[in-house]
Design a protein around this ligand. Structure first.
Ligand SMILES: [Zn+2]
Length: 334
């Protein structure tokens, strides 16, 4: 099944053209709402930049293989939140060390809008005059938090979904779905028509989503309460179920909804609004957001790691334990 939150298709096409035409810029700013695919596109962009094959990324050249194995020495991701100034300084130093195996060095800053003014100023010099081999990608969902001097130095790539109304109308017309059901599918699809169709055409998937959401809402300060979630995720088996990547998205959407309730934003699981609102009461928005990051990272690592596929149960259990600890473990309960 296709990646669920990706639909920066257009953005990817633009970047691909940059790579093909050899017009890659040195500073990019990817902006768009959370979960729209900015990080995924940034990684795919990096993969294209490191590839020495014909159709980039070819998946077989040395660069591609190192990239897939997460061992490419010229690839740097800063996923700190908030970004610390020390890390910016370290990155500034790293920036001026020539690449080891590629003719490029790629840096991704995932929460660029969480750099404070001091950090942004420390970063500005690098962003203004990077060495010729460097490509810097800033990722942000709140572009207005970046300093004007940074904004003016980067090439902005905006990630735009189809509107929810458009998708909702499309699924309700095509599949005669009404109300909250069509609404949630529109939001799950995050603006991708193909994704919305896939969900509509698979009753099993819809039922599975119900199971997973219900099990999540039974989570409590007992660690063992993750076990029903493990079960619902199909993770009592070693190999990933066929729709496993959708399950990741369901669980991600749940925590994303909690963060949205706390921090403002619209829900994905509109048909579970009252239950999720009740569950969210004792949970901090920041914890929920970190859970989203944990799940998103686990999904990305898991999906790019062939050997992992036979250890689905371990990956899911680990991920749930970390999320559980994030929410209940260290006095984060408000
Ligand atoms: Zn390649």
């Amino acid at each position: 099944m296709a990646d669920f939150f990706i639909h920066g298709q257009k953005a990817l096409e633009v970047l691909k053209r940059d790579v093909q035409m050899n017009t890659v810029r040195q500073g990019y700013i990817f902006e768009g709402t959370d979960g729209i695919g900015k990080k995924t596109v940034a990684r795919k962009f990096a993969a294209m930049l490191f590839c020495t094959g014909e159709a980039k990324p070819c998946g077989t050249c040395h660069g591609c293989r190192m990239f897939q194995a997460n061992t490419h020495p010229d690839f740097f991701v800063m996923d700190e939140s908030p970004v610390k100034i020390d890390s910016i300084r370290k990155m500034n130093d790293e920036l001026f060390v020539r690449p080891l195996i590629s003719d490029r060095k790629v840096f991704i800053i995932e929460h660029a809008d969480e750099m404070n003014t001091e950090s942004q100023n420390a970063f500005l010099k690098s962003f203004e005059e990077p060495p010729s081999y460097a490509v810097l990608v800033l990722i942000t969902s709140s572009v207005h938090r970046l300093l004007p001097t940074i904004l003016s130095r980067g090439t902005k790539v905006s990630f735009q979904p189809f509107s929810m109304d458009k998708i909702e109308k499309f699924v309700s017309d095509k599949y005669s779905l009404a109300g909250a059901r069509a609404g949630f599918i529109a939001r799950y699809s995050a603006g991708i028509v193909g994704r919305a169709m896939e969900i509509c055409e698979n009753e099993e998937i819809l039922k599975k989503r119900d199971d997973i959401l219900k099990s999540l809402m039974e989570l409590s300060n007992e660690k063992a309460s993750i076990l029903p979630v493990v079960e619902a995720m199909g993770a009592s088996r070693r190999d990933m179920p066929a729709d496993g990547d959708f399950y990741f998205d369901v669980i991600m959407s749940f925590f994303r909804d909690i963060a949205a309730l706390k921090m403002g934003g619209s829900l994905i699981n509109t048909d579970y609004e009252s239950q999720i609102t009740a569950f969210a009461k004792g949970i901090r928005g920041a914890s929920a957001r970190r859970c989203v990051d944990i799940i998103s990272k686990t999904k990305a690592d898991f999906c790019s790691n062939i050997k992992a596929k036979m250890k689905y149960d371990l990956w899911i259990t680990n991920m749930l334990i970390i999320c559980w600890e994030e929410i209940y473990g260290t006095g984060n309960r408000s």
